[in-house]
Design a protein around this ligand. Structure first.
Ligand code: ATP
Length: 879
């Protein structure tokens, strides 16, 4: 087989047994079978066993394993059953399995969301242009490419309109390379990859222009497939909250170690002072108390609960059309203070319709507009397909009996300078039937007009004067003030077809033709979303490539700005120094006629003022701004691969209101996770206080297995239930949370301390009640009944307390929402707790005593008292 770059394009099509209209369905099916999916093999995944072992390698598990070993050895020594050891080991294994399961579930949740935003390709099959997942491509497929696309497969160009590709991933060269479709010179032998100007390769991106290519190699057969045998799967990132929690558990571990060592020392000294010599049993008892304390202090279920809640959160967001690509975004969303949004498509519907012309030759204006665009008229629906602005122009011409396919027959396109958002215009060169050459240029009126030396007025070409220019700008402003997007068309006549198709060469000496004004209605839901932002102290900002007057008119309609002084253009922005911008930025709500690099400057400045900033983007050049933003938002429908790839979140519906919904969801998730954390930590603190106080006065209130059970079984379900809590009524009425705030800020730390203390006190009371009911005396003594009552009461306390935690300030009797998940999880915890106490073999395993109905009722009564106590606290807080 000949190298594709050394063949003429028709020869390549023949060699790959394809056709200019693409492959047939049968060919595609056959080739998919032969070549498989067009994707790179994934890197080796960590094996399940390794993941399992990793779960075991943490401080708390090691303590537990040590405890199991010691208690096993003791049992053998004393000739007792090894039930404690077995239970602890079972817990360790279950915990590790759960950890592995949770982590992989969270990973796959994110992975499947990333799939939803996976790259697509435009491919011609059976002569029709289709959009398919890039992994479905096969050799021989004909693909269409434009700026912003990731190159999906190694392909030979068939057509290139100023196509430029960035191939740094393959060549290390970050300057983009111009590509053409001509055959390379033969006879030189091997051509280096970087010099194959008629080929494009997987892993590179199209940064400019437009083109068509035939796929030659896919998947692992591509150049990048040869270089990198395997694609390294993205490293899992931890969210700020997860990092904080890891730090917290490290601090807790160290504290626990310290307390345990202290207790151990104190006990040894006490034994030494008593002069009885050190007995092994006493040593073991002391050790087991230290273990209890360690188990009590460490929130074993916390990490899993947080991971579960985050991954449930991203799934829920995706149902609201916000596809989170990085878990960290869930948290950052809740802190958002500034939302910078594109206008077209995000605030408006991107459904353009031409409603007005300003010209002395309407048919010529419409012809120029329709021909100088890449939108095509679909022969079936007779509606234009392509970019909405251009569709409007093609539809407008069609409505006026100027069908683009017919026009194209009279005006063959022989060259073009594609649109880009920096020039804000595009040009096409056409050969007319009589052989004459004409160029059409259309774009933003201010830009096009700068390049017009003449004007076509009433059938005559006249020199451009200040008066004419003034009249045109007046007409432009009149349309823009009514929120219309205005495009200007111009022509240029050529004696022969121009050699140089560079924009600088083409776009001079133009003859002004006229203006077309189009409406793009605002999205109906956006106005309310803007209001919601403002109530939530979030500042919405419009950034657009459109004209200032159009932008201001739409921003006013949406309530983004009150007066024109709050709008600034890209050119005015450029005149401001960084310091000046920093001082003035708070006064701007609308940025018009901006270049993509201005977006980066805007984000950077807001970030300098420590504002958490979200920024939307769709075009190729928007990627840096999206990357720079705290929350980079990509567009699912109109967005380019490049922007989606770097975004933290992608909007499946391109809608501004979706960002706001995601922010609300982010706030709700964080709120609830915090409630779950507070709930779990107050429980741990209560356990530590109870165990510590009991050991000081000389008895064991709860054994390590009891504490483990509570931490991992009784507490986890309600904690997850709290995570499902509906958002509080004022969630979008308060100011955003400061991302630097600790989990314990805003009184949470104090509340944990208070709740821990109260729960510990009630548990200790239950212990004595239990012992009294059995023995008839109030005394300090080791008691299995006391232990059973303490366990039951503490478990029930946790269940009732989870109700309190549904809101930190509101009375639970005034909550309007229902939380069926919490109710269900409480029922589950309740059944399990009762089972451990009443099912004989479980009771024996946990060293519990049978307790009477009366005792059970007493336990419930003690436990339920946590509700009125916390209600009083909340009442005082509200006051
Ligand atoms: P936003 O940033 O809100 O999405 P936008 O879509 O108007 O705004 P660009 O696509 O960069 O931003 O367009 C900038 C300007 O370029 C437009 O206001 C219009 O005047 C002009 N323009 C847009 N599309 C075309 C096109 N296909 N051909 C010629 N000119 C165009």
């Amino acid at each position: 087989m000949q190298k594709e770059y050394l063949l003429e394009s028709n020869e390549v099509i023949k060699q790959l047994d394809s056709s200019p209209h693409g492959l047939s369905e049968a060919q595609v099916r056959e080739r998919q079978e032969k070549y498989g999916l067009n994707k790179l093999k994934e890197g080796k995944k960590t094996s399940l066993l390794m993941k399992f072992l990793k779960e075991l390698a943490n401080f708390m598990t090691i303590v537990l394993i040590a405890a199991a070993v010691v208690s096993g050895a003791t049992s053998i020594y004393a000739g007792e059953s090894m039930i404690d050891t077995v239970i602890i080991l079972i817990v360790v294994v279950i915990n590790a399995i759960l950890g592995v399961y949770q982590e992989s579930k969270a990973e796959s949740a994110i992975a499947s969301l990333q799939e939803m935003t996976a790259a697509t390709s435009k491919v011609f099959r059976n002569g029709k242009l289709e959009v398919i997942r890039s992994e479905q491509l096969v050799p021989g497929d004909i693909i269409a490419l434009e700026a912003g696309d990731s190159v999906p497969a190694d392909s030979r160009l068939l057509e290139s309109a100023s196509l430029k590709a960035e191939e740094a991933a393959l060549t290390g060269e970050s300057v983009s390379v111009s590509k053409h479709s001509d055959v390379l010179e033969t006879g030189k032998g091997e051509v280096a990859l970087a010099d194959r100007k008629n080929m494009i390769y997987t892993g590179s991106t199209i940064v400019y222009g437009r083109g068509k290519a035939i796929v030659c190699y896919t998947g692992m057969e591509t150049e990048i497939g040869h270089i990198a045998d395997a694609l390294n799967t993205a490293k899992d990132e931890e969210t700020p909250l997860q990092i904080k929690l890891n730090q917290l558990s490290k601090v807790l571990s160290i504290m626990v170690l310290g307390i345990c060592a202290l207790m151990f020392a104190v006990n040894i000294i006490r034994i030494g002072v008593s002069g009885n010599g050190i007995h092994l049993e006493e040593l073991i008892d002391t050790f087991m108390i230290a273990v209890s304390l360690a188990v009590a202090a460490i929130p074993e279920g916390l990490a899993a609960v947080v991971t579960i809640l985050l991954s449930i959160g991203v799934t829920k967001m995706s149902r609201k059309h916000a596809i989170v690509r990085k878990l960290t975004a869930v948290e950052t969303l809740g802190c958002t203070q500034i939302i910078c949004s594109d206008k077209t498509g995000t605030l408006t519907q991107n459904k353009m319709t031409v409603v007005e012309h300003s010209t002395s030759d309407e048919p010529l204006l419409m012809t120029a507009m329709a021909l100088c665009s890449d939108a095509v008229l679909d022969p079936d629906s007779l509606q234009a397909v392509g970019e909405p602005t251009e569709c409007a122009l093609v539809n407008d011409a069609y409505k006026n009996n100027l069908s683009k396919p017919e026009l194209a027959k009279d005006y063959e396109r022989i060259g073009e300078a594609p649109f880009d958002s920096v020039r804000k215009m595009m040009s096409t060169v056409h050969k007319k039937k009589d052989g004459s050459i004409i160029q059409f240029t259309k774009g933003a009126p201010d830009e096009v007009l700068k390049r017009c030396s003449h004007a076509f007025l009433k059938g005559n070409i006249v020199a451009m004067t200040d008066d004419i220019r003034h009249d045109i700008m007046k007409a432009n402003k009149a349309m823009a003030d009514r929120a219309l997007r205005v495009l200007c068309a111009s022509i240029r006549n050529w004696d022969q077809s121009p050699h140089d198709l560079a924009p600088e060469a083409l776009e001079n000496d133009l003859i002004y033709l006229g203006l077309s004004g189009m409406i793009d209605p605002v999205r109906p839901e956006v106005k309310a979303a803007i209001k919601e932002c403002q109530n939530a102290s979030i500042r919405p900002i419009m950034i657009t490539g459109d004209h200032k007057d159009t932008a201001v008119a739409i921003a006013k309609e949406l309530g983004i700005l009150e007066n024109e002084s709050m709008a600034i253009t890209g050119a005015e922005l450029e005149k401001l120094s960084d310091e000046e911008l920093e001082k003035k930025i708070t006064s701007f709500s609308v940025y018009a006629r901006v270049q993509p690099e201005h977006k980066v400057r805007i984000v950077k400045t807001w970030k300098k003022l420590s504002k958490v900033t979200a920024m939307t983007g769709d075009g190729v050049n928007d990627a840096p701004a999206i990357k720079e933003a705290d929350i980079g938002v990509g567009m699912g429908i109109t967005g380019t691969d490049v922007t989606k790839d770097v975004a933290d979140m992608v909007l499946a519906d391109d809608n501004f209101a979706t960002i706001v919904a995601a922010v609300a969801e982010g706030r709700r998730i964080y709120d609830n996770i915090r409630k779950a954390i507070q709930f779990l930590l107050s429980s741990n603190l209560a356990e530590v206080i109870a165990v510590f106080v009991a050991s000081l006065i000389g008895f064991t209130i709860l054994k390590p297995v009891h504490l483990l059970w509570i931490n991992l079984i009784t507490d986890c379900f309600p904690a997850i239930g709290l995570g499902m809590e509906a958002e509080e009524a004022d969630i979008m009425k308060r100011a955003p949370r400061d991302p630097k705030d600790s989990i314990f800020s805003d009184g949470v730390g104090v509340e944990i301390a208070l709740q821990g203390f109260v729960i510990a006190l009630l548990t200790l009371i239950a212990y004595f009640v239990g012992h009294y009911v059995e023995s008839g005396v109030w005394e300090i003594a080791q008691s299995a009944d006391g232990m059973t009552m303490a366990f039951l009461t503490l478990s029930l306390l946790e269940m009732f307390h989870s109700f309190n935690m549904r809101s930190r300030t509101r009375s639970i009797f005034h909550l309007k929402t229902k939380n069926s998940f919490l109710n269900g999880s409480l029922l589950m915890s309740f059944i399990l707790t009762t089972a451990v106490i009443y099912v004989p073999f479980l009771r024996r395993a946990f060293s519990f005593e049978h307790i009477s109905l009366l005792e059970y009722v007493v336990a419930v009564l003690i436990a339920v008292s946590i509700i009125p106590i916390m209600e009083i606290v909340k009442l005082m807080k509200r006051r």
